[in-house]
Design a protein around this ligand. Structure first.
Ligand SMILES: NC(=O)c1ccc[n+]([C@@H]2O[C@H](COP(=O)([O-])OP(=O)(O)OC[C@H]3O[C@@H](n4cnc5c(N)ncnc54)[C@H](O)[C@@H]3O)[C@@H](O)[C@H]2O)c1
Length: 258
């Protein structure tokens, strides 16, 4: 198990570090002994997180994944202050203020804006992480967060009697992230850069009871998951144990998609 334990020697970028899943991953990777560089657009949340972890191997950087300079500044900072980066996890969730509308109400502009920022941002992170690995000739593992809704059509019955829906942009964005991850894996063949996706099912976050009940009826046992249920797979993909896994999409959903 030496290879799975090498996380204590790794420097890991976590994009979207203060979000629902990101904050749990920050805590867990610090407990594995990794150096964590927490990146987020939310400076206030980063400041609060920094106060919690100030004596650990924690660094925080404010950045916007939709801005090239913002991303290259991260690598300048890590080159000067931390050293080689071994892995990155992208958990960002850019969305505009119209995001979440019903399909029939979504405008062309809003659809394009959400696709541009979310998919475009994931594209930039993939491009810049691959460039970093190739330029420096170093192994690098990127883990993209996609979704089961990048793989299957929504089960719209679970939203009945709720105000919720599965946004149409989300389905397009997440399917494209899964596909681009295999595109970039093929493009970088022969290098030590690899990128994989994790596609979680729904994560518990105070959703309506009716929805939780409907969702669970499609699952094997638990239904919606906790962020903690994703940690083992993320850790595996960041570790050397997965060094020959690339361009894959791993679904973690308690059987919801079956
Ligand atoms: N929560 C779920 O049920 C669920 C299920 C499947 C997949 N996912 C995916 O997992 C990832 C994390 O989900 P979450 O629920 O933790 O999301 P979240 O909204 O709680 O967190 C996302 C984080 O991204 C940051 N962010 C947004 N735009 C940014 C930008 N332009 N640059 C830098 N940071 C930015 C936000 O400030 C926030 O901290 C997302 O990609 C999401 O699509 C979530």
């Amino acid at each position: 198990m030496k290879e799975t334990n090498n996380l204590d020697k790794k420097n890991i970028l976590i994009f979207g570090a203060t979000g629902l899943i990101g904050k749990v991953l920050v805590k867990e990777f610090l407990s594995f002994g990794s150096s964590v560089i927490a990146v987020d657009i939310d400076s206030k949340a980063l400041k609060n997180q920094k106060n919690i972890y100030e004596n650990l191997k924690y660094h925080s950087l404010e950045a916007d994944i939709t801005n090239l300079d913002s991303i290259t500044n991260i690598f300048d900072y890590t080159d000067n202050n931390i050293g080689i980066i071994d892995a990155a996890i992208n958990l960002t969730y850019p969305k505009n203020n119209k995001y979440g509308e019903q399909f029939w109400d979504v405008s062309f502009d809003s659809f394009s804006d959400n696709v541009s920022n979310h998919l475009g941002g994931y594209f930039l992170i993939m491009q810049q992480c691959a460039k970093y690995s190739l330029d420096n000739k170093i192994p690098f593992s990127l883990v993209n967060f996609a979704s089961i809704y990048g793989v299957i059509a929504p089960k719209f019955d679970i939203y009945k009697k709720t105000n919720m829906t599965l946004p149409v942009e989300y389905a397009a964005i997440k399917a494209a992230i899964i596909h681009l991850s295999s595109y970039v894996s093929a493009l970088t063949k022969g290098s030590e850069f690899r990128v994989n996706c994790i596609s979680p099912g729904g994560i518990l976050d105070g959703q309506e009871e009716e929805f939780l009940k409907n969702y669970k009826a499609h699952s094997r046992k638990k239904g919606m998951l906790n962020p903690q249920d994703l940690i083992g797979t993320v850790a595996f993909l960041c570790s050397d144990s997965s060094k020959y896994i690339c361009g894959q999409n791993i679904i973690i959903d308690d059987g919801f998609t079956l």
